[in-house]
Write a protein that binds this ligand. Sequence first.
Ligand code: ADP
Ligand code: ZN
Length: 751
Amino acid sequence: MEYVDVILPLALPQLLTYAVPDDLSGKVTPGMRVEVEVGRKHYRALVYALHRNAPQGFTAKPLRHVADLAPVVTEKQFELWTWMAAYYMCTMGEVMTAALPNGLRTSYKPRTETFVRLHESRQSDAQLARTLNTLARAKKQEKLLLDFLDLTSGETNAAVPKKTLMSLCGTSAAAFNACVEKHIFEVEQCEVGRLDRSATVTKNMPSLSAAQQAAFEEIKQQWHTKDVVLLYGVTASGKTEIYATLMAEALARGRQVLYLVPEIALTTQLIGRLQQLFGNAVGVYHSKYSDEERVEIYRMTGAGAASSDERPALQIIVGARSAVLLPFTRLGLVIVDEEHEASFKQADPAPRYHARDTAIMLAAQHGAKVLLGTATPAVETYYNTKSGKYGLATLTERFHPVPLPAIEVVDTLSMRKKKRMHGLFSQPLLTAIGEALERHEQVILFQNRRGFSPFIQCEDCGHIPQCRHCSVSLTYHKHRHALICHYCGYTERLPGSCAACGNTDIQAKGFGTEKVEEDLQRCFPDARLARLDMDTTRAKHAFRRIIGEFEAGQKDILVGTQMVTKGLDFGRVSLVGILNADNLLGFPDFRAHERSFQLLTQVSGRAGRKERRGRVLIQTSQPNNPVIRFVQQHDYHAWFNLQLAERHEFAFPPYVRLIGVNLKHTNEILLQQAAALFREQAGALLGSRLFGPFPPPVPRIQRKHILSFWIRTARHDNLAELKSVLLQQFGQLRARPGWSGLEFVADVDPA
Ligand code: ADP
Ligand code: ZN
C-alpha cells in the first residue's frame, strides 16, 4: 500500500498521512495537489512525500482526489520550505500559504478566447483563389476573408482572435456565421494569458563608466571564491546599470535572474528600464496583481509542464519578498537591491522570514551567485564583508559628476528660542524652498508619519483618545474628519468635545504628512503639491500617477513618508527637507540608529542627482547626535564602527542571534501567569539566554495583551535544540485547561 504525507493550509505542527487508493496509484507524486478529509471537512492539500510506511496506531484515510497531472511544487522548493519552517519556527502549512498564490490553492481558471482560422480545405493557394471567386457576390464575406489574410500577413494556417477580426472588418455576425457554415472559417477556444506580453526591447545595454566597469569586474572576481558579494555604492552611483549588465550575462548563459526589491510599488521606473533592455523576459510578481495573474507568473517561472529542460518563459523575475518562493528551475543570479530595507522581513503572519537571507539559501541550492546592493549596508551585511564571509565591491562616486549633497542641520530648539520656527518649518527651510521654487527646481519633504497629527489632546484635562482595541493613541486624519488606529484600522468620528471632561478645546498635537501639506500650501500658495504616503496610494495606479506627475514636472513639491526615500531617481530635485529627525532617533528599538542613518542618507540621496549639487536640510532638536553628524559627513564607515561597538557592548546582532517571542491573550491576568510560568520553565533550560517578560512598546493590539521575551544566543549555539525547547514549553502551557487561547509568536532575527 502507498501512503502520502501531505501539507495542509492549517497551522498544524506536523504533516498528515493518507492512503493512496488503488485507482489513484501511480497518479500521484510529491508536489501535486490532492483533496483530503480532516474531521468532516474537505481540504486542498499538497503531497510532500510518497512512501510505503503504514502509519503506526491509526488507519490512514484514503485520498479523495488528485487535482494535478504534474507537480506544481518542485523538489528544490520543498527543500527551501523545510529550511524556512525549521529556521523561522513555523509550520510547512504556513510556508505553503505564503508560497502558493491563492489561485493555486483554490480555483484558478485559465482565460480563453475565440480564435479564427481557415478551414483546412481552404488553405492552399488554389483553394483560396477558388473560395474568393465564390464570394464575388457576397461582399461582406469576401471582406472578412481578405481582412483575415491581412491580419495573418497571408499566412494561411495562422489563427487570429475573432474579436480582432470583427473589429477590423466591422461587419455583421451573420456574415461571419455564414463563413463558418460554408467551412471557410473554423473557430476554436484557445487559452490566453492575462499578462501584458507586449514589451519589446528598445534599448541597448548601457556602456559602463570606468568606475562601474571596475566594480563589475570586482564583483565577478569575488564570485570566484564567495557566493555572496555586497555592492556598496553611494546613492546615484549607477548600481542599476551594473545589475543590468550582470543580468544580461546570466541570461546569455541560459540562467534565470531573481531581482528582489523592497517594495514593488516603488519600482515603476525600474521595471520600465528593465523592459526596455530585456522585453518580455521580465516578469513582475506583485501583490496588487490578481490571483490569476500571479498564477501565470508562477507557472511561467517554472519549466513548461512538458519537460524540465524547457526554458521557462520568464527569465527575470522582479518582485518583493514572496518572489523568493517561486519555482525557479535555472536560477543563476540573485540581486537584492536596497538589501538593508526592513521590509524584506515579513512581520505578520508567519512565516516571519527575511527575504534577503532566504534568497541566499535559495541561491545556494541552485548554485547561483548573489549580489546585495545598497548605499547604506545593513550592519550584519557589512560585518559579513569584514569577516570575509561576503565579498565586497564599492562605488564611491556618483555616475553624473555631481558631488553628494551638502547636508545642513537645523537645530529646532535654538530656532524656536530665536523665534525662527514658523510652525513646522524653520526659517532656513522656508528660505531654501522659496529659492528652489524660484529656480523652477523641485523639492522633496520627508516626514515619517502619515495622517494630520499623531494624536489629539484636550487642552483642559489632557485626555488623549485611545484605540479601543490597542494601547495606542488614535491618529487624526483631517480630510476624513476621523480618528484612526494605525495598528488595527479602528475608526471613529472626530469628537466635538472631550470624552473625559466635555471641554470643547481640543488640539491636534504633533504632525503627519497631511498637516505638512496643508501648512506648506499656506506658506507657498502657488506651489503645486503632491503627497505620497499609504493614504494617497491605496488605489492600484495611484503611486504611478503621483510619481509620473512629479517626474513630468507637473508638481513642485513632493511631501511623503519613507515612500519618498526609496530608490526614486528624479533629475530636477535640488532640495530635500527632513522635518523632524527626532522621531526616527527616539524609536525604542536596538536598530533605531541604524534605521535613522539609512533613512536620512537615502532620502538625502534623492537631491541633486544629475545636474547641480543638491542641498539637504535636517530639522532636529539633537544636532549633536552622532547619527546626524555621520549622515552629514557622508561617513558610513565611522558610523558603522560606532554602531558595531554599541552592538558589541550591549550584546546585539551581529554578535549574538536574537529570537523575539511574544505571548498573547485577551485576558491580561492569564497572560501574566503564562509569562511567569514560561519564564520559570523555559528559563530553567535556557538560563541567561532568556530575557523577559517585558511589555512591548504597544502592549495591546486588537484586544490582545502582549508580553515579550528575548532569546539571545551565541551564533554557534545549537539553534534547532533551542527552538524545540521553546516550542515544547509553549505546548505545555497551552495544554493547561482553559489556556488554549494562548498565542505564541516567534520572530527569528527580528528586523
Ligand atoms: P543608484 O541605484 O546607484 O542610486 P542609478 O542606477 O539610479 O543609481 O543611477 C543614477 C543615474 O545615473 C540614473 O539616472 C541612471 O540612468 C544614470 N546612469 C547610471 N549609469 C549609467 C550608464 N552607464 N550610462 C548612462 N546612464 C547611467
Ligand atoms: Zn487599534
